[in-house]
Design a protein around this ligand. Structure first.
Ligand code: ZN
Length: 265
């Protein structure tokens, strides 16, 4: 079930419980308040593009330009990432790679190639671990460790894009990220190519409902398993790019999608 649906169900249930208590006794008002705060906190944690305190977490550009941001999580992978880079190069497409620190340490030449060929490198954490319960200190440590592991040329001024594993966050993550020079970014179109549903299904999922300013989430590796194949994503990618370009849209990096038009402060 999609996270957004789960989030809405949670919110409705908490509101129903709270309202029932209010009708039962005046003390129910405080119970309702508690449940509402809890409901919003749950939304913030499980909904990657939801921002509880108004910190800007861009997930869709407001641009009218015909641009799509391709993003790849969990790499670099020694077999599949170079294949993806070859396809991007052959089709004059750009992308943003959210790399894992421990993998970037093993394959620095792939990270270098990404940047040399005009792609953007973002942070997906040092390990592919859960971020929900990380304290501010642990989050900062994770970011420092990633910075030490990844040789990155900053392309977007003074910040690096950050996407946590599974898009998970907690109420203090946006502050810690901003303080350390990172900016959270979600996605608008999760393709779930990591399920390996077949290249035709991946193409179909990627293209259905795609519109200007969309951010497509794909994977060039598996976050937890080195041996998991991403060949289906590799096989699907040329058709995805060709269809986007046939609709007069360009595949660009996140910074091209947002920075050029001042969407990110
Ligand atoms: Zn991931």
């Amino acid at each position: 079930m999609p996270k957004a649906v789960i989030a809405k169900i949670c919110l409705c249930v908490t509101l129903f419980i709270g309202l029932a208590l209010v009708l039962y006794h005046w003390f129910g008002f405080f119970v309702l308040l508690f449940w509402m705060i809890l409901g919003v906190a749950i939304l913030d944690v499980i909904w990657p593009s939801f921002s509880m305190f108004g910190f800007q977490i861009p997930h869709r550009s407001r641009t009218g330009r015909s641009q799509i941001a391709l993003t790849f999580d969990d790499g670099p992978h020694p077999e599949f990432t170079p294949k993806i880079l070859d396809i991007l190069k052959a089709n004059q497409a750009r992308a943003t790679f959210f790399v894992l620190g421990y993998r970037a340490e093993k394959y620095p030449e792939i990270v270098e190639r990404m940047q040399t060929e005009g792609h953007e490198v973002g942070c997906h954490g040092y390990h592919h671990k859960r971020w929900i319960l990380k304290s501010p200190r642990l989050i900062a440590q994770e970011l420092y460790r990633w910075l030490a592991a990844v040789s990155i040329r900053r392309q977007s001024g003074d910040f690096i894009w950050l996407r946590t594993s599974h898009g998970q966050k907690n109420p203090w993550l946006p502050w810690i990220a901003k303080k350390n020079g990172f900016k959270l970014c979600a996605w608008t179109k999760g393709v779930w190519d990591s399920d390996n549903p077949g290249e035709n299904v991946i193409v179909q999922r990627a293209l259905s409902g795609l519109s200007k300013g969309s951010i497509l989430l794909l994977h060039d590796a598996d976050g937890d398993c080195e041996n998991e194949s991403r060949m289906q994503t590799v096989l699907a990618l040329p058709e995805i790019i060709r269809s986007i370009q046939a609709n007069q849209m360009d595949c660009v990096t996140l910074s091209n999608l947002f920075n050029d038009i001042g969407d990110v402060q």
